[in-house]
Write a protein that binds this ligand. Structure first.
Ligand code: PRX
Length: 634
């Protein structure tokens, strides 16, 4: 963090006059002040940018904290703002999605065309018995049908639970069960690094363990042979060609607070949390943050390179941009396939104006050298974005210089699955410090505090908290209100603050520097993994009796998973067993969870009450001071 401190005092990157003159928001301080002093009024005014079937009776209902409600009494459906209203304007014929498959195939949809496909898919879902209030699980590759399926589910009043296509059958099954989904939407496979993924096979395994599933709709993408169970499995193209799947479908009228989607994320216990987001507040928060932070204009070609299976994809690939009537770029495959210029080629070919990606992706592409981006004309870019983990100043500067040619400000946005949209972020007019997500977005008050809730001194490390509610916040954890309260709201109960689970600093200029997770969550290549999930995957292997997982710094991934295992009697640690265990974790959770290292140990540092002290393991691995070990029993 020394690096951060130095940066915070010495290096500032100022936006050009041209950027400031053209920005949607030209001044931060006064509007920010207004927005926190008149929070409800501010959001009410912003809400005028959306269309509502019926306006609210109350902007914010705080009567049952922390279960806040926004735009109470209002009627809406996010699809009305994301699609329907555009059809009444010239945007009807504007491109909504430009999609390129990894093999190079291209599909484009205007808002008119997107609406047609969404209506058709919605009618298919209705014919399968999907109703308002149901939760439909979606497990798909990055193809347009993934977005179309999400929108179709929501159009008819159901909620989606998108499970990222890299998850294992185990993870998919547990998420289907938690959501009690009756319908699963998947595809035969997808393309990744020139190979076909086994999506339907994994979905079949998951469904065999999920009693609630009655039917599965499969989109044909790769045309490989897949097993289809009669009476359960249907090809999407068969259903879509049936006369019931007409091109017209009414959008269901929803209450502002009705469930829009759930999205699972990792926490401190092994059981993933299904965070609930709702129609009204989320529509507003994603669209306003997208418009102001990325300075969205009608001629933009916006590329959020995240998978729609994560919150970044939900908020800034799908909903925020569609509500703003933006043209979205979408790409199916790996950034370095067939060559490390693939992304730069896409930017040049389609004239992408804003690129939003993760530090891991930037570091990964940086490794191949400047010669790859330099082969391409990237002059269409006017703004860049970063999300998912702290961006190290070196990667920031490469992104700024080599990709942005020193003319594109970088919007480093800090937020979480729970927050629905960006909470800390510069605007294009903000002087930037590499590695800092700068300041709170309008309406938000964030602080870095100690255990007691006192603000720590400038440049001192503390806990990041959010002091007031915002429209994009998750409303609860599906089926577990108590866990929602315990996880986020109990630490600062007296103050009523939300605990982010991150440590951070604020510098002398009020800039925030997020350092990383302080709970049992590890960010690996931007993926959010719970140590408990990794540990339970390990102990499900017959050789393991106990396991501990920690994250250690990694040049490309940000953090890598290091594990410590105690073997059962009769097993001996070996290289072969190490690779078997790594594969085992990957097959239990998904390839992105592949551990970097398995250490065979005799014992684990534990507290007297038997809790594994991961903090001690980490300090030892890094050769640092172990801190307070008075509770350690070894
Ligand atoms: O630790 C923070 C890190 O990602 C966590 C949230 O992960 P997830 O729910 O998967 O959402 C990621 C995409 C919004 C945070 O608690 N994080 C996210 N963005 C940043 C970040 N850390 C530092 N800087 C960021 N810009």
């Amino acid at each position: 963090m020394q690096e951060n401190k130095e940066t915070s005092t010495s290096e500032l990157f100022y936006p050009s006059d041209e950027i400031i003159q053209n920005a949607n928001i030209k001044e931060y301080d006064s509007l920010y002040q207004y927005s926190i002093e008149n929070r409800e009024k501010f959001w009410e005014e912003q809400a005028e940018s959306l269309e509502w079937y019926k306006k609210w009776d109350q902007v914010l209902d705080s009567s049952n904290k922390p279960f806040y409600k926004w735009f109470v009494g209002a009627e809406t459906n996010i699809i009305h703002n994301a699609i329907d209203r555009h059809l009444k304007t010239w945007r009807k014929n504007k491109l909504a999605i430009i999609w390129e498959g990894e093999p190079g195939d291209v599909k484009t949809y205007s808002y008119h065309g997107l609406n047609r496909e969404v209506c058709k898919f919605a009618n298919v879902l209705k014919s399968m018995g999907v109703k308002k209030g149901d939760i439909v699980t979606i497990y798909m590759p990055q193809i347009p049908e993934l977005v179309i399926a999400m929108l179709a589910v929501v159009k008819i009043g159901a909620a989606h639970s998108v499970v990222y296509g890299g998850f294992s059958s185990e993870s998919l099954a547990s998420r289907i069960q938690d959501a009690k989904s009756k319908v699963l939407i998947t595809a035969d496979g997808g393309w990744r690094r020139g190979k076909i993924t086994d999506l339907k096979k994994i979905a079949n395994e998951a469904m065999s363990r999920s009693a609630t599933i009655q039917s599965c709709i499969t989109v044909r993408r790769t045309s490989q042979e897949v097993y289809m169970e009669s009476g359960r499995d249907y090809w999407y193209h068969d259903l879509a060609n049936h006369p019931v799947a007409s091109n017209k479908c009414e959008t269901e009228v929803m209450s502002s607070e009705d469930m829009l989607f759930i999205l699972y994320t990792s926490g401190t216990t092994g059981k993933p949390k299904g965070l609930v987001h709702t129609h009204g507040g989320y529509s507003l928060y994603t669209s306003v943050t997208h418009k102001y932070i990325f300075d969205i204009k009608d001629d933009d070609r916006w590329w959020c390179a995240a998978d729609p299976g994560w919150i970044t994809g939900h908020s800034y690939l799908v909903y925020g941009p569609l509500i703003n009537g933006t043209t979205i770029m979408m790409y199916e495959g790996a950034p370095n396939y067939p060559y490390p210029n693939r992304w730069w080629q896409i930017i040049e070919k389609y004239g992408v104006t804003v690129l939003y990606t993760s530090p891991t992706a930037i570091r990964g592409l940086m490794r191949f050298g400047e010669q790859w981006p330099e082969r391409h004309d990237l002059s269409s870019l006017r703004l860049l974005g970063s999300v998912g983990e702290p961006i190290n100043p070196e990667a920031w500067k490469w992104y700024h210089k080599v990709i942005g040619k020193e003319k594109c400000p970088i919007m480093d946005t800090w937020w979480q699955t729970e927050t629905g949209g960006a909470m800390l972020s510069p605007l294009p007019i903000t002087p930037l410090k590499p590695g800092s997500a700068t300041k709170p977005f309008f309406g938000n008050e964030l602080a870095v505090v100690d255990e007691a809730g006192n603000e720590v001194k400038p440049n001192e490390e503390g806990k990041l908290v959010i002091k007031a509610p915002w429209p994009g916040m998750a409303r609860t954890i599906l089926g577990d209100d108590q866990r929602y309260v315990d996880t986020y709201w109990n630490d600062y109960k007296a103050q009523g603050w939300y605990k982010a689970g991150d440590s951070a600093k604020v510098d002398q200029d009020g800039y925030f520097w997020v350092i990383g997770r302080i709970d049992d969550v590890i960010k690996v290549s931007g993926y959010r993994l719970g140590t408990a999930e990794i540990e339970s995957a390990l102990v499900s292997h017959p050789a393991i009796s106990e396991a501990a997982a920690i994250g250690l710094p990694h040049e490309l991934k940000g953090n890598a998973i290091h594990t410590y295992v105690i073997l059962r009697n009769g097993f001996v640690g070996s290289e072969k067993l190490e690779s078997e265990l790594k594969e085992h974790v990957a097959s239990e959770m998904g390839k992105f969870a592949l551990p970097e290292k398995i250490n065979f140990v005799e014992q684990l540092p534990k507290t007297r009450s038997g809790k594994i002290m991961r903090r001690v393991l980490k300090a030892r691995a890094l050769g640092q001071d172990e801190g307070d070990t008075s509770t350690l029993e070894e």
